[in-house]
Design a protein around this ligand. Structure first.
Ligand SMILES: NC(=O)C1=CN([C@@H]2O[C@H](COP(=O)(O)OP(=O)(O)OC[C@H]3O[C@@H](n4cnc5c(N)ncnc54)[C@H](O)[C@@H]3O)[C@@H](O)[C@H]2O)[C@@H](O)CC1
Ligand SMILES: [K+]
Length: 508
């Protein structure tokens, strides 16, 4: 079943090693016996969330059926102790033990609390699987931080038999994911809610594993984790980065963006990219493109100035065909030669990769590359790392990071979750967009918004992440307004809602 996805909180996501170190430090500072206290807190958090999810899904708690999927480690211990709490609230609890051993104290306690306990054979028998068919709630405590990616029998069969109608709460991480890389190399749990303990883990922000987590709730255990390089911006984070004009600002000081976009074949891309920049509040926009596209841009946006001139940054390549017989590739090369901050989208990625402009030292903190998965695969091929689109989709962070390291540039990889990654591994993961945003021209609008931020003096990593947030939020607002709510959207609707999304980010 699917719980309503609300706006997720700002999250920093940590590596297993960082969480283990923080956990070790916390445990060292506690009196003997206190490690159990940490597990008790964790179990309370899981039980509270599970009870709330159960009520949301079924309208009640007492008398409902819960199944605990229990592995051999402490993740299973958390699930067992959560089961003890659910028993106290009148839930019928069955614990399915997937390994020969299970957390001894948790197992004893759940038995005393009146739960049914079954040690599952491998592969599971019909009797082992039967409780799942009747489950209103499944708590996934198969593996957590200590899990190797991918599940094996009997866990695979157990997970396969979770009914679609049950609400699934994962303890710490959905079992089976690769916790640090965010890959999904095999069978895994698909959760509605993940209660993550002490600090969020990288897989909760990195696709494709992040899509297995459902809604993420971070439960504080007082761990002292160092700042994480991987984060998700929330509205306040975007607002803090957004260049708001000071009183008395003029259009030049606010930032002038130059844009080389569109072609005879794709004049609409020029209109959408300029719309993104204009609606994001750029001080002034200079547009460079063929006559037809220029006419289309000026009729949509009379405020756009045609032709090159003094600018603070460039947005290059949306709707540009590098093989067309027009002046766009030359205009892109000349913009790159300026040494100014440049966003490279679509056709500009090819022009740049094929040219003499690939100097990692020159790229650092100046270039923002905005490929989708297919374009990133081709770019990596040009850089001597042949990859297919599917490779990028399986491990998007790893490939975006490889491209950033090879080029020295900041890479924004477009997708249902947008990743923005720098060569040193600083990264943002933004997932605000409804699926309706996967529509032609949406990327052109994003290029315009991010370009406006570069012109406003925002560094590529922040510009990419803030633009992705605003873009996704604008799409949500556009869809809410469409067809009486939740309807399909066009890219131009997204651009039209950019001011409302920016206003939300800036709201105190
Ligand atoms: N120590 C602490 O301070 C806390 C730990 N907590 C919980 O403890 C968890 C970590 O516990 P553990 O270190 O015991 O690790 P896990 O509970 O992840 O279990 C590791 C065990 O599972 C087995 N295993 C690994 N991969 C497997 C796979 N793919 N399929 C089947 N079995 C597999 C291994 O043999 C190992 O014995 C956290 O994720 C969290 O849920 C929480 O209780 C909070 C406090
Ligand atoms: K789990």
């Amino acid at each position: 079943m699917q719980l309503e996805q609300d706006r997720r909180p700002a999250v920093a996501a940590h590596s297993v090693a960082a969480v283990r170190a923080a956990e070790g430090a916390a445990l060292a500072g506690l009196p003997p016996g206190a490690p159990d206290a940490l597990m008790q807190q964790a179990a309370t958090a899981v039980a509270v969330t599970a009870a709330r999810a159960l009520r949301e899904a079924t309208g009640g708690i007492a008398g409902r059926a819960a199944v605990l999927l229990v592995g051999s480690g402490d993740n299973g211990g958390d699930a067992l102790w959560a089961g003890v709490r659910l028993r106290r609230r009148g839930v019928a609890v069955t614990a399915l033990l997937s390994a020969d051993t299970a957390h001894p104290a948790g197992l004893a306690a759940v038995r005393v609390a009146g739960a049914r306990v079954l040690r599952v054979s491998s592969p599971p028998s019909a009797t082992d699987l039967a409780p799942l068919a009747a489950a209103d709630l499944v708590i996934d405590g198969l593996v957590g931080l200590g899990g190797r990616p991918g599940l094996r029998e009997p866990a695979t069969s157990l997970v396969d038999r979770i009914p679609a109608s049950a609400v699934v709460v994962a303890v710490d991480v959905p079992s089976g994911v690769d916790v640090d890389s965010g890959a999904l190399p095999g069978p895994h749990v698909q959760a509605d809610v993940t209660v993550t303990l002490g600090a969020a883990k990288r897989c909760l922000l990195l696709p494709p594993a992040s899509t297995a987590a459902g809604r993420v709730e971070v439960f504080d255990l007082g761990f002292d984790v160092p700042p994480a390089p991987l984060r998700r911006l929330d509205a306040a984070g975007v607002g803090a980065l957004w260049p708001v004009p000071a009183p008395g600002a003029d259009k030049y000081r606010r930032g002038v963006l130059g844009m080389v976009a569109g072609s005879a074949g794709y004049p609409g891309a020029a209109v959408l990219a300029t719309s993104g920049a204009v609606r994001a509040g750029v001080g002034m926009l200079r547009y460079v493109g063929p006559d037809d596209a220029t006419r289309a841009v000026r009729s949509a946006h009379p405020e756009v100035v045609a032709g090159a001139g003094r600018v603070q940054a460039w947005a290059l390549g949306s709707g540009v065909n590098p093989d067309a017989d027009d002046d766009q590739p030359a205009a892109i090369r000349s913009a790159l030669d300026s040494g100014l901050p440049c966003l490279l989208d679509a056709g500009a990625l090819e022009v740049w990769a094929a040219g003499v402009h690939r100097d990692p030292d020159d790229a650092s903190d100046r270039l923002l590359l905005t490929p989708h998965a297919g374009e990133l695969a081709s770019l990596l091929g040009t850089l001597g790392l042949p990859r297919e689109r599917a490779d990028v989709e399986e491990r998007p962070f790893e490939h975006a990071h490889a491209a950033a390291e090879l080029t020295g540039a900041c890479v924004l990889l477009k997708g249902a979750t947008t990743l923005v990654v720098t060569p040193d591994g600083e990264a943002r993961s933004q997932a605000e967009a409804p699926a309706w945003l996967a529509t032609a021209g949406a990327g052109d609008v994003l290029a315009g918004v991010a370009g406006a931020l570069l012109a406003g003096g925002v560094r590529p990593l922040d510009a990419g992440a803030a633009a992705a947030w605003v873009h996704g939020r604008a799409a949500t607002l556009a869809s809410r307004a469409a067809g009486g709510g939740g309807g399909p959207i066009a890219a131009s609707d997204v651009a039209a809602h950019v001011p409302a999304a920016v206003a939300e980010a800036l709201a105190p």
